[in-house]
Design a protein around this ligand. Structure first.
Ligand SMILES: *Cc1c(COP(=O)(O)O)cnc(C)c1O
Length: 363
């Protein structure tokens, strides 16, 4: 068969072991997953109440235009309905963008370490991937500007960055966007924007009005606690959205997920509570790192990447035996580090107690 050359040897995304399997393998009663930055408090109680009495007809196709969700989101953000595209998670928008804009002969610029789906999708499309190392976990925007040339099609700014949790300031971002040629699409991936509280980070929505080449990606998978429902979206000017829409699969969000996203969006009080608790949880990790002299990246998210002064894979394995699933830095281009989702106060305390035990035996 005539497979694309780049498909040979390519690996599927490794989501980590399913919780049930880990439970069986290690004979554990309880498993806590702190590996994928989901919300440890789940989702809005209003969504829960809705699900209990839901009568959605799942036999008919969903609204491919997600009209009700679109109207609610447009009002929430203060943008036009035609400035939005919805995806089966923001992963879907990333795939739509690469499918529309990347092909052999063009290149795409991104940071490393950063979110792996940018390079993965770019490789599938046969585009050249240009990865610019971060500086102290922060995007090196000047380095990224230097990597852009006349064949660059997309530049990715993961802000805050996954896996480092760091942000680029609005001042730096503004300067960068000004200098990127207008024929290069700038993707601002803001999967964790709800958690950001640094004053140097400012709302970015105005960039889609000020520049013709900016798209912002956001998701219901992280702070909204709806990862399993797969709803992400892009916000950009109408011309960009109109170009992307034909590339989108016709029914890429289910009826139920569209309904639930509307309810979740309308419960901002729940999000506020989660953010507050996340801040307290982050302090538990920061204090641990400082006490044990472990380098960590200043996180503006619900996860933290920090040094373990041991083999990351061994720490990952040892923590799994103790009932905690995390991400080894080896899988995130950050050897010697682990990335941990900030859990509830109790989860964090238990996690750190076991981690101390593991790091003591390994040192
Ligand atoms: C989790 C994540 C996504 C993808 O989220 P979806 O579940 O597909 O909406 C996109 N970008 C970053 C940086 C992420 O961490």
């Amino acid at each position: 068969m005539k497979w694309k050359q780049q498909i040979y040897g390519m690996k599927a995304y490794q989501p980590g072991k399913p919780m049930e399997e880990v439970q069986r393998e290690f004979g554990l009663e309880k498993i806590v997953k702190l590996a994928s930055n989901e919300n440890p408090y789940g989702f809005s109680p209003k969504v829960k109440a809705f699900l209990e009495s839901d009568r959605t007809n799942h036999a008919i196709y969903p609204d491919g235009y997600a009209q009700n969700l679109r109207t609610t989101m447009a009002n929430h953000l203060g943008v036009k309905e035609t400035q939005l595209i919805f995806g089966n998670g923001s992963d879907d928008i990333i795939a739509i963008l690469t499918r529309a804009l990347l092909y052999p002969g063009v290149n795409t610029v991104m940071a490393t370490p950063s979110f792996s789906q940018y390079s993965h999708n770019a490789e599938i499309e046969g585009a050249e991937v240009r990865q610019v190392p971060t500086k102290e976990g922060i995007h090196d925007l000047d380095g990224m500007l230097n990597a852009i040339d006349e064949n660059t099609s997309i530049v990715w700014v993961c802000n805050p960055n996954n896996p480092t949790g760091t942000i680029v300031s609005d001042e730096e971002l503004n300067d960068f966007i000004k200098k990127v040629p207008s024929e290069v699409l700038i993707v601002l991936d803001e999967a964790y924007i709800e958690y950001v509280n640094a004053p140097e980070f400012k709302d970015t929505l105005h960039y889609i009005e000020d520049y013709p080449n900016v798209i912002i990606l956001r998701t219901f998978s992280k702070a909204y606690g709806l990862a399993s429902f797969r709803v992400g979206y892009g916000v950009a000017n109408e011309e960009i959205i109109a170009k992307l829409d034909p590339v989108r699969a016709p029914f890429n969000n289910t009826t139920l997920s569209q309904k639930i996203a509307v309810i979740a969006l309308e419960d901002q009080e729940f999000i506020e509570q989660c953010i507050e608790r996340n801040e307290a949880g982050k302090k538990q990790f920061v204090e641990f790192c400082e006490q044990h002299n472990l380098h960590y990246y200043p996180s503006q998210t619900n996860f933290i990447l920090f040094e373990v002064k041991a083999d990351s894979d061994v720490v990952f394995q040892e923590m799994m035996k103790r009932g905690f699933i995390i991400r080894s830095g080896n899988a995130l281009s950050s050897p010697g580090y682990i990335r941990v989702t900030i859990g509830t106060e109790e989860q964090n305390a238990t996690f750190l107690k076991y981690l101390k035990e593991v790091l003591t035996t390994l040192s």
